[in-house]
Ligand binder design. Structure first.
Ligand SMILES: CC(C)(COP(=O)(O)OP(=O)(O)OC[C@H]1O[C@@H](n2cnc3c(N)ncnc32)[C@H](O)[C@@H]1OP(=O)(O)O)[C@@H](O)C(=O)NCCC(=O)NCCS
Length: 210
């Protein structure tokens, strides 16, 4: 089958198709993030058997969907997009997205999310796409704001201290320290809750067409 036949949606530079077991092999070989704030996005070291299990576990979740973000020219995997907490009655889900660390800041995330939201609200006919974003993740916030997401709340996520061992000592991290709180053996990170409703998406699209 022609690879483009598997595409669910296509933007200017990014195409989207379902995420497959073979994509896990690509993903675990992605270059690692050097920025300590994004270490959490680094792919884990997984044996082939562990990759099978990783994929099977997620594919079996009834409220979870995985998509591959591709360079539309080469069909190469450049990112992943997840929906979790899918509520088919309300037509809502929570979005997660990450690109290869060597593909950031080149407009691909904006194109991918613009393309996915069009697919989500028109083809899938859903009503609301939520997400949460770390307070220090200014780049992601900028992309979400550009595409119409609005801030609806905030909460603290708690991780084991090893997640960010230097956050309270590294002078280079001083400007983002306000988003972190230490606890016994743990560190909490301020996250903003954002939502893009179908109404807001339609309003943004009308504006873009004028
Ligand atoms: C978040 C992510 C998907 C965005 O995709 P991307 O291709 O890097 O983003 P784009 O290049 O399309 O757009 C980035 C925007 O943020 C802006 N930006 C970049 N760094 C910034 C910063 N430190 N502060 C403010 N804005 C910033 C850019 O100027 C650009 O805005 P513009 O188009 O108005 O100039 C991608 O960076 C990524 O995968 N990051 C790692 C994982 C992650 O953070 N996932 C999101 C979790 S909520």
């Amino acid at each position: 089958m022609d690879k483009t036949e598997q595409h669910l949606a296509r933007g200017e530079r990014v195409a989207i198709r379902p995420f497959t077991r073979a994509d896990v092999d690509d993903w675990v070989a992605w270059p690692q993030h050097q920025d300590p704030l994004f270490r959490d996005y680094n792919s884990p070291h997984l044996s082939p058997r562990e990759r099978d299990l990783w994929y099977a576990d997620r594919a079996a979740r009834p409220d979870h969907e995985m998509y591959a973000l591709l360079d539309a020219g080469s069909d190469r995997l450049i990112g992943r997009l997840f929906l979790r907490q899918i509520d088919r009655v309300k037509g809502s889900a929570v979005l997660g997205v990450d690109l290869r660390s060597d593909m950031l800041n080149a407009g691909l995330g904006t194109d991918a999310l613009r393309t996915f939201t069009r697919y989500y609200f028109t083809v899938l006919q859903q009503n609301s796409l939520k997400l949460d974003v770390a307070g220090y993740n200014y780049r992601a916030q900028r992309v979400y704001e550009k595409l119409g997401w609005v801030y609806v709340g905030e909460h603290w996520n708690t991780y084991p201290s090893v997640f960010m061992p230097n956050i309270f000592s590294d002078p280079q991290l001083e400007s983002v320290r306000k988003y972190f709180r230490s606890g016994p053996g743990s560190v909490s990170v301020l996250h903003y809750d954002m939502e893009l409703t179908r109404e807001r998406w339609e309003e943004m699209n009308d504006i873009a067409q004028k």
